[in-house]
Design a protein around this ligand. Structure first.
Ligand SMILES: [Zn+2]
Length: 168
């Protein structure tokens, strides 16, 4: 499954922006915030975390983009962001939700896709491969899996059902 390591142009652009940021410690703090629906995938790896700006010694602004518009998880994510930064000594945290440009699965990092795979979730791709055996012989059981952003698939080779994180 070599496609896991492919860096998309969209992720490369995010990585470059983060590398040029003047507040690397805030980014590092935000690496402790995970997606509520994918507990091993950080909001950075999933592409939800768009930007963080230091506004003062103890003030910052965080920009997030929800995976799907109206995604209820964004409220939980916002609370987790504020909590993580508060714990790191940043007392005033503003979380702004940005809908444009829209989030897409192309923003997910290679590490994020690998983390999905390690949880038995097939990451978004052109072909849906079984996360257990890697087989491309899979078929959809339901367009809605355990959450709205996942579909339920079955592997035709090892017969295991699995969640697929839908391409978007
Ligand atoms: Zn399989």
């Amino acid at each position: 499954m070599q496609h896991i390591s492919v860096v998309t142009p969209e992720y490369a652009a995010r990585r470059a922006m983060r590398a040029n940021s003047d507040c690397p410690q805030l980014w590092s703090t935000l690496d402790t915030v995970f997606d509520p629906e994918l507990p091993q995938v950080t909001i950075w790896d999933l592409g939800i975390l768009v930007d963080v700006q230091q506004l003062g010694a103890r003030r910052c602004k965080v920009v997030v983009s929800p995976t799907y518009s109206g995604c209820p998880a964004i409220d939980v994510i916002s609370e987790d962001i504020v909590s993580a930064l508060n714990s790191a000594g940043v007392k005033q945290v503003e979380v702004a939700v940005s809908l444009s440009p829209a989030w897409s699965t192309d923003l997910i990092s290679p590490a994020g896709k690998a983390a999905m795979l390690s949880q038995g979730i097939a990451p978004p791709d052109k072909s849906v491969n079984c996360p257990q055996c890697g087989s491309e012989h899979t078929s959809v059981i339901s367009q809605f899996g355990s959450t709205a952003c996942k579909a339920l698939y079955k592997c035709n080779d090892c017969l295991e059902p699995f969640d697929y994180f839908k391409e978007f």
